[in-house]
Design a binder for this molecule. Structure first.
Ligand code: TMP
Length: 213
């Protein structure tokens, strides 16, 4: 079997511009001859996309935080086994829009379940498959919400959760980034598209280069 691929995740709050930059990175890596698999959470395969619908449905306002944490982990368990691991075993680069750090920040910090408890819930779901590199798009969450509003996007259940919740999620992400500077690279998302792109590219180039030496 050939070399295992690379698992790169994109994290940050809504409206931080992750998806746009992911697409650009996919194109840049493909031009350099890499085989790239782009995917997202919650979702990425039919069963997990169905779980996504339950999670984001604005009508499910009775959902308990523990139920929410398990549903994200359940979607992840399927996605890891059906999509991420097979692609990595084929030697591909997996670019994933959100992964476990979103659970730690949104359910652990945002919902107040605690980071350790949410990590425990996810242990069985992800096994050994932690990301090799995580790009955290750092942006004031209210600017992110404003960007989305300008784009005319309607709010889903998570986006409707309120300003205090978003502030706790932001603090959660910053704490995670501070605790794992080797894996999590902070991208200042409050810059022009081009500037953010340069930050993304240099973090990924540095990682791919380092991991080959
Ligand atoms: P998005 O695909 O538009 O980013 O929507 C996913 C929403 O779900 C987003 O608000 C973040 C949230 N989320 C969690 O709360 N926990 C998780 O583990 C993941 C993957 C996403």
């Amino acid at each position: 079997m050939g070399q295992r691929g690379y698992f790169i995740t994109f994290e940050g709050q809504d409206g931080a511009g992750k998806t746009t930059q992911m697409k650009r990175l996919q194109q840049a890596l493909e031009e350099r001859g890499y085989c790239v698999r782009m995917t997202r959470e919650p979702g990425g395969c039919p069963i997990s996309e169905q779980i996504r619908e339950i999670l984001l449905n604005i009508g499910n306002d009775e959902m308990d935080g523990v139920c929410e944490a398990y549903l994200y982990a359940a979607a992840r368990a399927q996605h890891v086994r059906q999509v991420i691991v097979p692609a990595l075993m084929r030697g591909e680069i997996v670019l994933c829009d959100r992964f476990i750090d979103s659970s730690l920040a949104y359910q652990g910090a945002g919902r107040g379940l605690g980071v350790e408890r949410v990590a425990q819930i996810n242990r069985e779901a992800i096994g050994e498959w932690m990301p090799d590199l995580t790009l955290y798009f750092s942006l004031d969450p209210e600017s992110g919400m404003q960007r989305n509003a300008t784009g005319g996007k309607t709010l889903d259940r998570m986006e409707a959760a309120g300003e205090d919740f978003r502030a706790r999620v932001r603090a959660g992400f910053m704490e995670l980034a501070k605790g794992q500077p080797g894996r999590i690279r902070v991208v200042d998302a409050d810059r022009s598209l081009e500037d953010v792109w340069q930050q993304v590219l240099s973090a990924v180039q540095e990682y791919l280069h380092l991991s080959r030496t």
